[in-house]
Design a protein around this ligand. Structure first.
Ligand code: PLP
Length: 412
């Protein structure tokens, strides 16, 4: 824990109080931040390092032989990157900016997989320059670009994942080689003198059915065998991508993956196993605090405006098909508070701050009577939230506050 707290990107950030029970610690920290900066009502995130450490432990117990390369796209907040590096993770980067974010924390390029099968030439040149030497591909055109601009790069052939994962965000329609494309692509890479070290796939973000991993691992084994039959360098890297969530579904996925590895790769000495989880680590570790900036009463209906919304953190409702929930800070920090004990709740609408009616965060949500300047807290807001937000209408995306000094009673 000390290593995590001292990790680059974490030091000086407001992160949750690790000594406390997780939820209580987060709420207390939010209250503490608000008390210290009373005139500043900007929305902000709190990262719970205790939850993150617990998740890494869960990963290590479930998939001890699979090294996680955190998918930076999911949430590129430096505090989570630094903490995960201290906990032993590598990083999946999709762009120059993501590679830069990782390198800026002092993490070596060797800890990165550049896991974007289609990269602009300028970004490939950048990767070559900094020594990001492992990437994915699924087309001849990508091979040609890599031959020209990054001939020392090792490759992973991205396979189209089976479509039976029930994923919230399927990736198969866009990425992955089809079975009939495997041989021509392996041959093209060989001709270009590029080494294909192995295979990658992604069963889709927020996958529901663990069985999808089995089909994908079986397909990967076929590609390993094909490369051997073609007398190509022996493949030894299997990247099982993402698709993981932190709940019980992770245990099901881990069981399915271990069984499939046992079935298809039982005697593969020197096999390197990697994965690219984003949601698994980010979703439950971040809590968002927003301020109520406006209110309207229409009969029994209560309408509130908050200072983050669909064009900011809550874009996850549209893009990530997320369901989110909110609770008043006053109730979270003190359930005995009269506001919360007052039995009456109202069907409430919560709007974001922009002038678009689409910017509606919650409808029909039961909340007690709240006032302008009260705070609403949104748990589980770490995955594909701030990372995909915009500054539409001049509202900045929320971040972890870094400008507040830590109090001695709250050393994290
Ligand atoms: N790796 C790649 C190549 C991805 O495209 C994604 C998500 O889109 C991830 C990893 C992260 O996966 P997840 O959201 O399932 O954690």
């Amino acid at each position: 824990l000390q290593a995590v707290l001292a990790a680059p990107g974490v030091k000086g950030k407001k992160v949750s109080n690790l000594g406390k029970k997780s939820k209580e610690g987060v709420i207390e920290l939010i209250q503490d931040i608000i008390n210290k900066k009373q005139e500043v009502k900007d929305p902000f995130y709190v990262l719970d390092l205790g939850v993150l450490v617990g998740l890494m432990d869960k990963w290590a117990r479930g998939l001890p032989n699979v090294r996680p390369f955190y998918a930076v796209k999911c949430n590129p907040e430096p505090a989570i990157l630094g903490a995960l590096a201290a906990l032993g993770a590598g990083f999946d980067c999709a762009s120059r900016a993501e590679i830069e974010a990782v390198l800026a924390l002092g993490i070596p390029a060797g800890q990165i997989v550049y896991a974007n099968p289609c990269k602009a030439e300028a970004q490939i040149k950048y990767a070559a320059g900094v020594g990001a030497n492992l990437t994915t591909f699924d087309s001849r055109e990508e091979i040609e670009k890599l031959r020209r601009w990054h001939p020392r790069c090792a490759l992973l052939l991205r396979l189209k994942a089976p479509e039976d994962s029930g994923a919230r965000c399927p990736l198969g329609p866009k990425y992955g080689a089809l079975p009939e494309e495997v041989i021509p692509l392996l041959q093209a890479a060989h001709t270009a003198r590029l080494v294909v070290k192995g295979v990658s796939f992604h069963v889709g973000s927020g996958a529901m059915h663990a069985r999808a991993y089995r089909g994908a691992i079986a397909a990967a084994k076929t590609v390993f065998d094909t490369a051997a039959r073609l007398n190509m360098p022996k493949m030894h890297v299997l990247n099982i991508g993402g698709g993981f969530t932190a709940g019980p579904q992770f245990d099901e996925a881990a069981t399915a993956i271990k069984a499939a590895l046992q079935a298809y790769f039982p005697h593969e000495p020197g096999l390197t196993l990697m994965a690219e989880p984003g949601r698994f680590f980010a979703e439950t570790t971040f809590t968002l605090a927003t301020n109520i900036i406006g209110k309207r009463v229409r009969g029994d209906l209560r309408e509130y405006w908050i200072n983050d919304g669909i064009y900011g953190s809550m874009n996850c409702i549209l893009y990530d098909h997320a369901t989110i929930s909110a609770m008043p800070l006053a109730c979270a920090s003190n359930p005995g508070n009269p506001t919360c004990r007052g039995l009456r709740t109202y069907g409430s609408t919560v709007f974001g701050p922009t002038c678009d009616a689409l910017d509606t965060v919650l409808t029909g949500h039961q909340l007690p009577e709240l006032q302008v300047n009260d705070w609403l807290v949104f748990p589980n807001m770490g995955a594909y939230t701030a990372s995909a937000g915009s500054n539409f209408n001049g509202f900045c995306t929320s971040a972890i506050p870094t400008h507040l000094a830590c109090s001695p009673s709250n050393p994290s």
